[in-house]
Design a protein around this ligand. Structure first.
Ligand SMILES: NC(=O)c1ccc[n+]([C@@H]2O[C@H](COP(=O)([O-])OP(=O)(O)OC[C@H]3O[C@@H](n4cnc5c(N)ncnc54)[C@H](OP(=O)(O)O)[C@@H]3O)[C@@H](O)[C@H]2O)c1
Length: 262
């Protein structure tokens, strides 16, 4: 892997973004690079896309590196946390953003394979990532911040999205429990809970082009539009900062009022 040797004992934050080569995760990486002098590691399964995003974000700062990772592979998750901490010396902030959607279908139409796939990425993947991230932060004895990306579907029913919704309800539960268990070690764990965000996933789910989304959303979202990845990233950045030092196990809804109903 490229560049940045001899990085031990850095006083800058080391940020690991799981699912950082697209959408919200890419927005989080971009914001950290713009706002401060953190070193940012982004991950994803798609190597080519990861390198392209690494190159694109290098225009902002060269403190960015892509590492390939599939959250369904526990050894892979463990290795990536080890790789990052051995190379950069520590792990301060993690954002667990990797997620997938399933086809728009009622729960009795979905197959066992679809159930297993969604749960293994969206729920077990978050658990695996937190497991190794928390272990590392405990070894460091300097605390840390973990922000998981849930969804308003994790707080309410989502017709034709039952398994996705269940996986995100699970993330809400994991986050609260992990936050409770590890607060005493100075590790703050919170959720950011988006509504609809302009990303490749949202466009796949809605089945419409980027240009037509605001017109559709005007009907359902009080603010009349989808969020940008940057608007979600702002919440992640704030929760990771000292300004949120007493916030633990919270789900910060960033949805333009979607969950208020219309
Ligand atoms: N967009 C929305 O409206 C919205 C709303 C609420 C919540 N969310 C949540 O926000 C998160 C990010 O979604 P997004 O909208 O930014 O979607 P996206 O653009 O499709 O990005 C998804 C990210 O997850 C990664 N990923 C998927 N499966 C993975 C796996 N098995 N292992 C490792 N990485 C994997 C993808 O990288 P690779 O493809 O390279 O693996 C990509 O980086 C998800 O958890 C999603 O549920 C999104």
């Amino acid at each position: 892997m490229k560049k940045f040797e001899n990085l031990k004992n850095l006083d800058k934050s080391i940020v690991l973004i799981i699912g950082g080569n697209s959408g919200i995760g890419k927005g989080v990486a971009e914001l950290f690079l713009k706002k401060d002098d953190s070193f940012v590691v982004i991950t994803g399964r798609n190597y080519q896309k990861g390198i392209e995003v690494q190159n694109e974000l290098s225009e902002i700062s060269d403190r960015i590196e892509f590492v390939q990772l599939d959250v369904k592979q526990s050894d892979n998750v463990k290795e990536v946390v080890k790789y990052v901490t051995e190379k950069y010396g520590k792990l301060d902030i993690c954002c667990n953003c990797a997620g997938i959607e399933h086809r728009f279908a009622s729960m009795i139409e979905l197959s066992e394979e679809e159930f297993d796939e969604i749960i293994s990425v969206n729920l077990k993947g978050v658990w695996l990532c937190m497991k190794y991230q928390i272990k590392q932060m405990m070894r460091q004895k300097q605390g840390g911040a973990i922000i998981n990306i849930s969804s308003v579907s994790g707080q309410k029913s989502t017709p034709n999205g039952a398994v996705y919704s269940s996986s995100k309800h699970g993330v809400e539960g994991l986050t609260k429990t992990a936050a409770n268990e590890y607060a005493r070690f100075g590790i703050r764990i919170n959720n950011v809970t988006p509504g609809l965000v302009k990303t490749p996933m949202a466009h796949r789910v809605l089945g419409i082009s980027e240009d037509s989304t605001d017109e559709l959303c005007n009907k359902y979202i009080p603010s009349g539009r989808m969020a940008s990845p940057e608007e979600v990233a702002n919440a992640v950045y704030w929760l990771s900062s000292q300004d949120a030092s007493y916030i633990i196990g919270h789900s910060l809804i960033v949805d333009g009022g979607l969950s208020l109903g219309r």
